[in-house]
Design a protein around this ligand. Structure first.
Ligand SMILES: C[S@@+](CC[C@H](N)C(=O)[O-])C[C@H]1O[C@@H](n2cnc3c(N)ncnc32)[C@H](O)[C@@H]1O
Length: 274
């Protein structure tokens, strides 16, 4: 309330009358002083609050920095995974992708979808190892040359050696129980020969390039259980001249399914077979 704005004339007549020891002028002066004091206090309080909020912001920033590495641990409530799997996921570089895989596999189990699992493009087997840990009771096919990209599939360069350094021996050492692990070493789709009668509930396409991604869709799509999940890595990324998105968009153009983009590190997509 601004005391200087109060009209003291009626006030003084009503309450103070002529017997008032305070003249109106005195009251007004007093009011102005109070007002000034209140204004001064207000400024001081505002300044103090500003200081406090700066301090609080700073504190919040420091706190966020401190708990930053734990953040994903704090916010990801679902899927509920074992502490070992959570630790494994958080030790890797892409929790959004990994937790999405975990959610999909939980749904597959809950809905009791039939079929095997597959990863096309395994490299050193870290993602395959996660898939197996999440669902050890299902057969998991691992398709890769285990020697890097086949030169004939490269479109934007003549050589890409990033994934040359792998082997079946190395990847198999990641699995304690190998009963449900099936290695298909060599050039895909040739390595799929003999699996024509197989059914799949979960497929991870991570071959980076247009040709094997398209071949993967052509092979797996019609063998998916209804509701089965196909994930594809690198859809949103510019990797390999957008080879993955070209293959997927082309393949799904006349199909009823639409992809859902994931905000993971390399722009995965996922769709469920109808
Ligand atoms: C990006 S890496 C896979 C990474 C792996 N999924 C992971 O999460 O660590 C791509 C892999 O696809 C494999 N690949 C690409 N084209 C292939 C083909 N036609 N046949 C078999 N393997 C292929 C390469 O050998 C390479 O190991």
């Amino acid at each position: 309330m601004n005391l200087a704005e109060i009209d003291f004339s009626p006030f003084s007549r009503q309450w103070l009358g002529h017997r008032s020891i305070l003249s109106l002028a005195k009251l007004r002066r007093q009011a102005r002083t109070w007002n000034k004091r209140m204004y001064k206090d207000k400024v001081t309080i505002t300044r103090q609050m500003r200081g406090l909020s700066t301090f609080a912001n700073l504190g919040q920033r420091v706190l966020l920095k401190m708990i930053g590495p734990l953040k994903s641990q704090l916010v990801v409530r679902f899927p509920i995974v074992s502490p070992e799997i959570r630790a494994f996921i958080l030790s890797r570089f892409d929790p959004v992708r990994d937790f999405s895989i975990a959610l999909a596999l939980q749904t597959i189990k809950r809905e009791q979808l039939p079929g095997d699992m597959a990863e096309l493009g395994v490299f050193k087997g870290k993602t395959s190892s996660l898939i197996h840990r999440l669902c050890p009771e299902r057969r998991l096919y691992l398709f890769d040359t285990f020697e890097g990209f086949p030169a004939g599939d490269l479109e934007t360069c003549s050589r890409d050696r990033r994934f040359d350094d792998s082997s079946v021996e190395y990847v198999s050492s990641l699995f304690n129980d190998q009963r449900n692990i099936v290695f298909r070493k060599g050039y895909f789709p040739e390595t799929a020969i003999g699996l024509e009668n197989s059914r799949f509930c979960f497929v991870m396409l991570d071959a980076d390039l247009y040709k094997p991604t398209l071949a993967g869709l052509e092979f797996f799509y019609h063998r998916m259980a209804p509701g089965g999940y196909i994930f594809a890595h690198d859809y949103t990324s510019f990797e390999s001249g957008r080879g993955v998105s070209r293959a997927i968009d082309q393949f799904l153009a006349d199909k009823p399914e639409k992809v859902i983009e994931l905000p993971d590190t390399w722009g995965s997509v996922v769709f469920r077979k109808l």
